[in-house]
Design a protein around this ligand. Structure first.
Ligand code: NAG
Ligand code: NAG
Length: 449
C-alpha cells in the first residue's frame, strides 16, 4: 500500500522557505546573522582557551597518556601537592655550597651509590628511575628504600617521557644531571635490541632536548658511557684517544652513539657534557646480570658456572674490575669539575664553547676471569663447578684495561680497591642481603670483616 503524499507538510515547508528568502533579503536580518556569527565564534574561542588552560595546569594528565605500560610493582603518579613537596625537598641542597642534581637510574647500582654520596655531603638529589624488569626489580626497590631513608626521593618515570622531565625542570633549577639510566648488558642486546634504542638513544636525546631547550638554567651533564666503546681495540691500556669505531655489541654501539650525540648537543646548544667510560663496576648492591654476581649465586647453589677462555694465542679473558666506591669518587669528581653550560635556555645560540669531556674510570689492573673465580671460591669456602668454553663472538670483548691518567690529572681520580678487598665487601653484602649462612668460616674471614 502506497501512502498518500503528506501535502500539509510540503506546504508548510514551502511557506517556511519563502519566509526565509524574504528574511534573508532584508538588510536588518544581515546584522542579526553576523551578530550570531560573532557570538558563535566567541563561544568557540572561549572553549579553546578553557581547554588549553586546563591542559597547561594539569600536565599530569598529558603525562599519564604517554606513559608506557609498566610492572605491577610500580605505582607511578606525577603531580599533586604531596608529590611536589617530596620532589622539592629531595632536590634542595642542605649545604650552602651544595649543588642540585637530577640522578637518572637512581634505583640502579651506580645511581644509588652516587645519590647517597651526594646527599651525604649536602647536595640536593632527586632520583628518576623506571624500575624496569631487565633484572629483579625488587633489588631496585630495596635500593629505593635505602635512599628514601637517607632523604632521597626517586620519581617513578621514564627518561623518554619529555612531559615528566619538563615538569621536573619547571619545579627545580637543577645545576647538574648525573645521567646513569641505561639499558645495560652486552648479550641481552641480541634478545631485545629495541630496549637499547629506547633508553640509550631515544631516552638520552629526550633528556638532552629538555636540558638544552627547556631547562632554565641549563644544567651541566655527566653521563655513563662505557669501556665497551673500545670494542675490538687492541692497543693497551685503553686511552681516551684510542679508536672507538669498532663496537662488538649493540650496547657498545649505542654508547658510542651517545658520545657522538653528546658532541652534537655540546656544539649546537652549548651543553656542558662529560661522558664516563666505566670499566666493569662491581660491589655491594651490584647488578645480578654481571658475572661476579651470578658466579657467587651459582657457586653457593652448587650450579655449574661457564667460564670463558680466549682463542689460542690471545691474552686471557680479563677485566679491569673497578670497585664501586672508586667509581663514585670519579663521578663526583666529574660533577665538581664540570663547567656551566653556555647555551641560552630555550635552545637559542650558545654564548661560547662549552665543556665536552670523556674519561676512563677503571682500576688499571686487569684480572683474569679464572682469578675472579678463585677469589670467590675462597670467600665463599666453596669449590666452583666450572665449564670452560671458548668465548663466543656475541658481544663480549676478551680484555679491558684502563688508562686513567686523564681522570687523575683533571680531578684526582685514583682507584684504591683491589679485587679481593672489593669482592670481600660484595660477598659480605650478598650473604646479608639474601640471608645466606656460609657453610663454614670463610678462609678469607668474611664473617669478621
Ligand atoms: C620513546 O621512545 C620510543 C622509541 O623506543 C619512541 O618511539 C617513543 O615515541 C618515545 N616517546 C615516549 C613518550 O615513549
Ligand atoms: C695514558 O694516557 C695518557 C694520556 O691521557 C698518555 O700520555 C700516556 O702515555 C698513557 N699511558 C700509557 C701507558 O699508555
Amino acid at each position: 500500500m502506497v501512502s498518500p503524499p503528506d501535502t500539509s507538510k510540503t506546504t508548510k515547508l514551502e511557506r517556511y522557505n519563502s519566509y526565509l528568502r524574504k528574511v534573508n533579503s532584508s538588510s536588518s536580518t544581515k546584522i542579526v546573522t553576523s551578530t550570531s556569527k560573532i557570538l558563535f565564534r566567541t563561544t568557540l574561542l572561549t572553549a579553546v582557551v578553557m581547554i588549553l588552560f586546563f591542559t597547561i595546569n594539569h600536565p599530569s594528565l598529558s603525562i599519564a597518556t604517554t606513559r608506557r605500560p609498566r610492572s605491577l610493582l610500580s605505582s607511578p603518579s606525577f603531580g599533586g601537592a604531596a608529590w611536589e613537596k617530596q620532589v622539592r625537598k629531595s632536590s634542595t641542597p642542605r649545604s650552602p655550597t651544595g649543588i642540585s642534581v637530577l640522578v637518572t637510574g637512581a634505583g640502579g647500582f651506580v645511581g644509588s651509590h652516587c645519590s647517597l654520596a651526594l646527599r651525604k655531603r649536602g647536595d640536593g638529589v632527586l632520583g628518576l628511575d623506571n624500575f624496569n624488569s631487565y633484572y629483579d626489580p625488587s633489588l631496585k626497590r630495596s635500593r629505593q628504600q635505602l635512599l628514601l631513608k637517607n632523604g632521597i626521593f626517586i620519581v617513578d618515570g621514564d627518561i623518554n617521557n619529555s612531559g615528566l622531565l619538563k615538569k621536573l625542570f619547571d619545579m627545580v633549577p637543577f645545576t647538574h644531571i648525573l645521567h646513569l639510566a641505561a639499558q645495560a648488558g652486552v648479550r641481552y642486546a641480541m634478545k631485545n635490541p629495541q630496549s637499547y634504542i629506547h633508553s640509550n638513544i631515544a631516552g638520552f636525546v629526550n633528556l638532552l632536548e629538555v636540558a638544552a631547550k627547556h631547562a632554565d638554567p641549563q644544567p651541566a651533564i655527566v653521563w655513563a658511557s662505557s669501556s665497551s666503546v673500545y670494542g675490538l681495540n687492541t692497543a693497551n691500556p685503553f686511552s681516551e684517544s684510542h679508536r672507538t669505531d669498532r663496537p662488538a655489541s649493540l650496547y657498545a654501539a649505542t654508547k658510542k652513539a651517545g658520545e657522538e650525540i653528546a658532541h652534537t648537543y655540546n656544539h649546537i646548544y652549548g651543553l656542558s657534557l662529560t661522558g664516563l667510560r666505566f670499566f666493569t663496576v662491581y660491589g655491594p648492591w651490584g647488578r645480578p646480570d654481571m658475572a661476579y654476581f651470578f658466579f657467587t649465586k651459582d657457586i653457593l647453589n652448587g650450579k655449574t658456572i661457564t667460564v670463558f677462555r680466549s682463542a689460542e694465542g690471545q691474552k686471557d679473558v680479563a677485566r679491569d674490575f673497578t670497585y664501586i666506591d672508586d667509581v663514585v669518587k670519579g663521578c663526583l669528581g666529574a660533577l665538581d669539575t664540570a663547567e656551566k653550560s653556555t647555551g641560552v635556555p630555550g635552545g637559542g645560540k650558545k654564548r661560547g664553547p662549552a665543556q665536552l669531556r670523556v674519561y676512563n674510570l677503571g682500576n688499571t689492573s686487569p684480572v683474569p676471569v679464572s682469578k675472579l673465580v678463585s677469589i670467590l671460591e675462597n670467600l665463599l669456602s666453596s669449590k666452583a663447578k666450572k665449564n670452560i668454553v671458548r668465548m663466543p663472538a656475541n658481544g663480549d670483548v676478551p680484555y679491558t684495561h684502563a688508562n686513567v691518567s686523564l681522570a687523575h690529572h683533571d680531578f684526582g681520580y685514583k682507584p684504591t680497591t683491589d679485587l679481593t678487598s672489593g669482592l670481600r665487601k660484595f660477598v659480605k653484602w650478598y650473604v646479608g642481603y639474601y640471608g645466606i649462612h656460609l657453610k663454614s668460616e670463610s678462609s678469607d674471614g668474611i664473617k669478621d670483616v
